[in-house]
Design a protein around this ligand. Structure first.
Ligand SMILES: C[S@@+](CC[C@H](N)C(=O)[O-])C[C@H]1O[C@@H](n2cnc3c(N)ncnc32)[C@H](O)[C@@H]1O
Length: 473
């Protein structure tokens, strides 16, 4: 087990430097670059003096105006949601066709595998799913009439077509270039970007660059059975290793110009993770409701033991001696802790929902004609016709937003936002220099419940609403 005790002095020093806060100037430079690459010029990230970094408006925003669209650094679709929605493994856009989406879902449903529900299931959230995604309502029966498997298969395989689906074209799914049959993409550029950023190390197919595909499979199985956050961690470590290798390759080409140490290359590769707010997983994880406060110590030890076990599996799967520091328990705990404190729901609305709403809105004669064909499928899907893509992700800029129970912004997917990016919209006018805040919790809850939920993030909220409510609570 890679505890600090087992590591040589160099690696111990490397772990310490990875965990040291980034110098202010470097941090500022990193976020300035990120902001300009995202083309969201009305904001800046800066320290607010009281609780770390925050996002501030550098120009005025009007109500409903877009403040920020942030790309995912590391994200995952919930494993239970994978049978409900076929999406690009990199950008989370729906792929295939309406027929394929419906056929596939019914196929898994007939096997008893589907059914996470649109607004149910999965993952810690710093934003309510309701706000991220509005699930509409075509009239559907909750009576799940199953269809013959032959009909379902021909729909899934593209042998059977449904009316009006040409209005909802989706990109054809491209298979993983590594041959894993688990990742699919909406385009060659997404396939390439995913391969380069993490998937080449995580692919279980024949072209995998992992140390052991068997160990990788074991790690994934273990994580899905315990806590999906471990899969997220696997991607975060693979991402850092591949960034390191890329920087090293670039450096080898530039070697004659200047000499850069292995340690500084790893520090540079680690910067996106380094810039995130973090604490150790077993220190910051919220105590579940069913654990008695007197058992808190034992619970935290149990979480640390889980981290130790999964770290062993991870090392067998993707260990890289040049990045040994990443495989220490301290780093491991801090990456998961960062995720726990910063993750945002990843939600992408379903084109299948749009399709049935479109049919429902057709003029009577056309609607009757279409529904004769579509109705059995809608009935078979039941309320799950509108299931959206659900997952969880870390967004480097959005994660700098602090909380307020009377926030001036929120995460909200608009009609046109059809991929996994985080979209932040102004809830009211925001003036220049004002801090942009979002609510991590349901701000309509009573004061005490809000504070209890926010305790999981390690702070007591002192926003104007809390200050006022605390006097009457
Ligand atoms: C998602 S991060 C927000 C950015 C963070 N301030 C940073 O320095 O990167 C969440 C953490 O920020 C701090 N935080 C956010 N909102 C806060 C608030 N209203 N009061 C006190 N601390 C807050 C807490 O430590 C929380 O765990």
């Amino acid at each position: 087990m890679a505890s600090l005790r087992d590591m040589n002095d160099n690696t111990v020093a490397e772990v310490a430097s990875l965990l040291a806060p980034l110098p202010t100037l470097q941090l500022q430079e990193y976020f300035n670059q990120l902001i300009s690459s995202r083309r969201c010029n009305g904001i800046q990230v800066k320290h607010n003096g009281t609780f770390g970094k925050g996002v501030y408006a550098t120009s005025e925003f009007q109500e409903d105006e877009l403040i920020l669209k942030d790309e995912i650094l590391v994200g995952i679709q919930h494993s239970s949601n994978k049978v409900d929605c076929l999406v690009c493994s990199f950008c989370f856009r729906f792929v295939g066709s309406i027929e394929k989406q419906i056929g596939r879902k019914l196929y898994f449903k007939n096997m008893g595998l589907s059914g996470s529900g649109c607004c149910g299931g999965g993952g810690d959230s710093s934003e309510s799913e309701e706000e991220n995604n509005e699930c509409g309502g075509a009239s559907s029966s909750s009576n799940h009439n199953s269809l013959p498997q032959g009909v379902v298969s021909s729909l899934m395989n593209g042998e059977m077509g449904l009316p009006h689906t040409d209005k909802f074209p989706l990109p054809s799914p491209l298979s993983c270039p590594g041959g894993c049959q688990e990742a699919f993409y909406c385009s060659g550029s997404c396939a390439e970007a995913d391969w380069e950023s993490s998937h080449s190390l995580l692919c279980t197919g024949e072209k995998s660059e992992s140390v052991s595909r068997e160990a990788l499979g074991e790690f994934i199985k273990h994580s899905n059975g315990k806590d999906q956050v471990l899969c997220w961690l696997l991607i975060a470590i693979a991402f850092t290793i591949l960034r390191y290798r890329k920087l090293k390759a670039e450096h080898v080409n530039e070697q004659a110009k200047q000499s850069v140490s292995q340690q500084s290359l790893l520090l540079e590769a680690w910067k996106p993770v380094s810039a995130g707010y973090k604490r150790r997983w077993w220190d910051c994880i919220a105590l579940p409701d069913d654990v008695d406060p007197s058992d808190e110590g034992a619970f935290r030890t149990q979480i640390k033991d889980l981290a130790c076990t999964s770290l062993e599996l991870l090392k067998k799967a993707i260990f890289d001696i040049e990045c040994e520091a990443l495989f220490s328990l301290e780093i491991y705990g801090n990456i998961i802790g960062m995720f726990e404190l910063n993750n945002l729901d990843l939600v992408v609305a379903s084109p299948v929902e749009d399709y049935f709403l479109y049919i429902d809105d057709l003029p009577d004669a056309e609607k009757d004609e279409a529904e004769e064909i579509t109705r059995p499928f809608l009935d078979a899907l039941g309320d799950e016709y509108s299931d959206c893509c659900q997952g969880t992700a870390f967004f480097p800029l959005q994660s700098c937003m602090n909380h307020s129970c009377c926030a001036n912004a929120k995460a909200f997917k608009r009609e046109e936002d059809r991929d996994g990016q985080a979209v932040i919209i102004a809830l009211r006018r925001i003036s220049k220099n004002e801090e942009v805040t979002i609510s991590y919790i349901d701000e309509e809850l009573p004061y005490k419940e809000r504070q209890a939920l926010l305790a999981d993030y390690g702070f007591t909220c002192k926003c104007p609403k809390c200050l006022e409510d605390s006097t009457v609570a």
